[in-house]
Design a protein around this ligand. Structure first.
Ligand code: FAD
Ligand code: SF4
Length: 338
């Protein structure tokens, strides 16, 4: 047992004041990741700042035709929200591919972004881990690294970001709205999560005294041609070995716009501008998709147990883009179930 304090924030300004006054404190939303990490002694906050009752549970249309999702909207509510189901089914598919219904009922939008890696060594305090203890070493390099990164890794950390929802948000060019003592700012989704470099202890570019208040979506949701494919060791209740979010805008058989994001392969949801550019203006066929996959994976590197992921990702990209182009998404969206 560790001793920690508990306080409930009255409003967002109160939450920011509390976290600024105590850098060793942690926000708690649904608690589905943080409490687990506290139980195994990885997180040792001085105080839990309960933000679960802050008024950040709305999903609202924005003036530019997009959507603002409050940071405390539960993953379940978001997946089944009618606007998400109809206009952004890629997000619904990704959320419903993750965790379990009970967990999704508790898990918040903000917490999903900030969940920590599932590297087993990170959870095991008797093994060296640079993310948990900077400078200690990385047990996964040379250890069991089946679920680890094949892109963007460093000599200090080869962990992956475990979220499904974030892969869809990355593909759709979402933005993260945050606030802190210096006021509000908006972070492009691509800049929110970090690569490990030599500071793997820092997962994101959110400052220690900031809180996520919303995720914002642009108007375009690619509802006609999308697919989310999650490949994992078990069909449910398991994190992705590789996941792929694909979204296309087609003109006849030609690709006008393409979005491609991968999960389970890097320290952040992985997008590659070169691969997407190579798809634009091309026929929506296997040859174009295979070329994009080759480009995206050209710098991929496998370790002792995860080299299989490179070919898995290559085939997965072709399959997901094919399903998006055909309008036959892999994961059933809420819209299709109804
Ligand atoms: C068994 C199991 C299986 C799972 N499977 C999957 C899966 O397949 N796919 C998947 O994507 N996820 C999966 N998850 C992870 C789950 O989605 C996350 O635990 C959840 O989204 C975290 O949200 P939360 O509100 O519970 O966060 P919390 O646990 O409350 O917080 C997590 C972190 O975020 C911080 N935080 C929370 N909200 C904010 C905010 N608004 N601003 C700033 N910081 C904040 C907290 O301080 C903490 O550091 C699984 C979890 C479990 C336990
Ligand atoms: S991969 Fe990262 S999280 Fe896992 S042991 Fe190495 S440093 Fe720690």
């Amino acid at each position: 047992m560790i001793n920690f304090g508990y306080a409930r924030a009255n409003d967002v300004a109160d939450a920011v004041r509390m976290i600024s006054a105590d850098p060793a404190a942690k926000f708690i939303a649904g608690g589905t990741n943080l409490v687990d990490l506290m139980k195994v002694d990885v997180e040792r906050p001085s105080r839990l700042i309960d933000i679960s009752r802050l008024p950040l549970r709305n999903v609202e249309e924005t003036a530019d035709g997009g959507l603002r999702i409050g940071a405390l909207v539960p993953n379940s509510d978001l997946a089944y929200h009618p606007v998400i189901a109809q206009r952004y089914p890629l997000i619904a598919s990704a959320i419903l591919a993750g965790a379990s219904q009970q967990l999704r009922n508790m898990a918040s939008t903000g917490g999903n972004l900030l969940q920590r890696t599932r590297c087993a060594y990170f959870y095991d305090t008797v093994t060296p881990c640079n993310k948990r203890e900077p400078g200690a070493g990385c047990s996964a390099i040379g250890g069991i690294n089946r679920i680890h990164a094949i892109l963007g890794a460093s000599e200090d950390c080869i962990a992956t970001h475990p979220s499904d929802m974030c892969v869809a948000l990355a593909a759709l060019d979402a933005r993260v709205r945050v606030t802190g003592p210096a006021g509000e700012r908006v972070i492009a989704f691509a800049d929110f999560h970090r690569l490990p470099g030599n500071t793997p202890q820092t997962d994101t570019n959110l400052r220690a005294d900031e809180i996520v208040i919303a995720v914002e979506l642009p108007a375009e949701g690619f509802a006609a041609n999308y697919s989310y494919l999650k490949i994992r060791d078990r069909l449910s209740y398991a994190f992705a070995l590789v996941s792929i979010a694909a979204a296309l805008e087609l003109e006849g058989g030609t690709i006008k716009e393409a979005r491609l994001a991968l999960g389970g392969v890097a320290h952040r949801p992985w997008r590659d501008a070169t691969a997407e550019a190579a798809l634009r203006g091309q026929p929506a066929n296997q040859a174009s998709f295979a070329r994009a996959a080759d480009l995206l994976l050209q710098d991929a590197r496998g370790y002792d147990h995860n080299a299989f992921k490179i070919e898995l990702a290559r085939r997965g990209i072709v399959r997901t883009l094919t399903q998006a182009a055909q309008g036959t998404p892999q994961s059933q969206s809420v819209k299709k179930i109804q």
